[in-house]
Design a protein around this ligand. Structure first.
Ligand SMILES: Cc1cc2nc3c(=O)[nH]c(=O)nc-3n(C[C@H](O)[C@H](O)[C@H](O)COP(=O)(O)OP(=O)(O)OC[C@H]3O[C@@H](n4cnc5c(N)ncnc54)[C@H](O)[C@@H]3O)c2cc1C
Length: 464
């Protein structure tokens, strides 16, 4: 018997009756728009529902349980793990219209709908002298709901922590349709199990987030930005470990390997770089004095680690240019290669240099090309594994597994922020013990007995 019911015209009418006709979209353009994310996977849903309230989400999920159709939550589809794609068809639940935002400066709090874009919250908070640090490189397009569902990180997280550190509480619709508010609007709270943090990072498999209570902090008064150019990749990553152990915490410590530089070097605001150069994008922040003192310390460590040039940003415009260059990297890799596997491993800081030095050996053995960049200060290395054509997919897969196993041997983890979704699900057994998977599958079953919410992702391994 098929696991799910197709959305027949009669069932679509029931959905319209439950959530209101105008929230249900079925044109080819609507379905196409919900068929892609930032992976190369594509899956077309049978309908898109765009709710304006938690009550509509609840009505949809109750009906999905009664009639057994799948529902896949979606923000804006910038995810890199296939999490927002409807691998089993059914409904894509597009939360982008739930974009109400209130900043409460006196409470250092933001109350946000899941569809608010990350950069919108950051700029609204800034107007009140406040700061929302989580800054995924996709921040102009990604939603806060998607960020919470994936526990997104970003450059500032090396100093300020990731999304989960800013989610004080939330309202979610559980897969069976109950609306729950968990956590608090206050800065502390310990009542009951921490359902908030269970839902954060659950990749849309345990509940649909409909409101977020987010912690804000005072906006640092000053930021200093600098690029450090190293003669080689190994010197740059050795520099990262030295910076992080050097007595101050930068507010960003990103790296780009020579291949990434070859792809985006034309966008940099200074002249040509040496051929094998690698780059660190560094920031410090705080008071004017603290930002300067910390950047002086970082510069000293960079010089001792063999930096060829230290190039401070001349002002806010050049700072923005440098960050735009950094944000272009994955897009340009994606556009340049037909086979593109975005892994985002994390290593203990002391192991990064050794691991990166081993990459050419894997490239030679498995015939792929790796672009390495990312949040080096966190040990979070984006390994973009690429190949010229799909005939090499078997070798790419074997090489990816070999690389992930090596990361785990070195004490790392296979994903720092992009999540498991669909694309990394088959690798879960490399990292999680059977007992851990069993416990986590039991949580999924307890909350979603009919498996209607985001099937085919994370701990639901039923083949699509
Ligand atoms: C150029 C680029 C750079 C990126 N840089 C970073 C980075 O620096 N750091 C980082 O962490 N990620 C990064 N990403 C990945 C991606 O942007 C993040 O995972 C982001 O959090 C996804 O947000 P979204 O709104 O696009 O979510 P979607 O892609 O739409 O969905 C992602 C997952 O969240 C679930 N979901 C979405 N909304 C909800 C909700 N309201 N309730 C429950 N579940 C929900 C979906 O089901 C899916 O599983 C990058 C992506 C790109 C394309």
């Amino acid at each position: 018997m098929p696991r799910f019911s197709p959305l027949t015209p009669a069932l679509l009418d029931e959905i319209r009756a439950a959530v209101g006709g105008s929230a249900v979209l079925t044109t080819a353009a609507d379905l196409d728009a919900a068929s892609a994310d930032a992976t190369t996977e594509r899956r077309r849903p049978e309908a898109v529902v765009r709710p304006a309230s938690a009550e509509q989400v609840s009505a949809l999920l109750r009906l999905a349980n009664a009639r057994r159709f799948p529902v896949t939550p979606r923000g804006t589809g910038t995810g890199l793990a296939g999490g927002a794609l409807a691998f089993h068809g059914g409904v894509v639940l597009d939360l982008s219209a739930m974009d109400e935002l209130t900043v409460e400066p006196a409470n250092l709090l933001a109350v946000a709908g899941p569809g608010v874009l990350t950069h919108t919250l950051r700029s609204e908070a800034e107007k009140h002298g406040l700061f929302y640090p989580p800054d995924p490189a996709s921040l102009k397009d990604s939603t806060l709901g998607g960020n919470a569902a994936t526990n997104a990180g970003g450059p500032a997280c090396v100093k300020y922590g990731v999304t989960k550190n800013y989610v004080l509480g939330l309202t979610a619709v559980l897969p069976t349709g109950e609306i729950v508010t968990c956590g608090t609007r206050t800065r502390k709270g310990v009542v009951g199990y921490d359902l908030t943090q269970l839902l954060v990072g659950s990749e849309g498999t345990l509940g649909v987030i409909t409101t977020l209570f987010l912690k804000l902090i005072p906006l640092p008064r000053a930021v200093r930005t600098q690029v450090a150019v190293f003669p080689s990749l190994d010197k740059a990553v050795a520099g990262v470990a030295a910076i992080m152990a050097g007595g101050c915490c930068p507010s960003a410590c990103e790296f780009l390997d020579p291949r990434c530089l070859a792809l985006v070097g034309d966008l940099l605001p200074f002249g040509d770089l040496p051929r094998d150069a690698s780059l660190l994008l560094l920031e410090t922040d705080g008071s004017e004095q603290a930002a300067d003192a910390d950047m002086a310390l970082v510069s000293e460590v960079c010089k001792k680690s063999g930096a060829l040039h230290l190039l401070p940003a001349t002002g806010p415009a050049e700072r923005e240019t440098l960050w735009n260059v950094r944000r272009q990297v994955s897009l340009r890799i994606h556009d340049a290669w037909p086979v593109y596997v975005p892994e985002d491993v994390v290593l203990p800081l002391a192991e990064i240099a050794g691991f990166v030095a081993e990459l050419p050996r894997y490239e030679k053995k498995f015939g792929f090309t790796v672009y390495a960049f990312g949040h080096a200060g966190d040990g979070n290395i984006h390994l973009n594994i690429t190949a010229p054509d799909r005939s090499t997919l078997d070798r790419v897969e074997a090489g990816t597994i070999a690389l992930l196993k090596r990361v785990l041997e070195l004490g790392g983890t296979m994903s720092g922020e992009h999540g498991i979704g669909f694309t990394k699900q088959r690798f879960l057994g490399l990292e999680l013990s059977p007992a851990s998977r069993c416990a986590q599958t039991a949580i999924k079953k307890a909350l979603d007995p009919n498996g209607i919410l985001n099937p085919g992702k994370l701990f639901d391994e039923d083949p699509a």
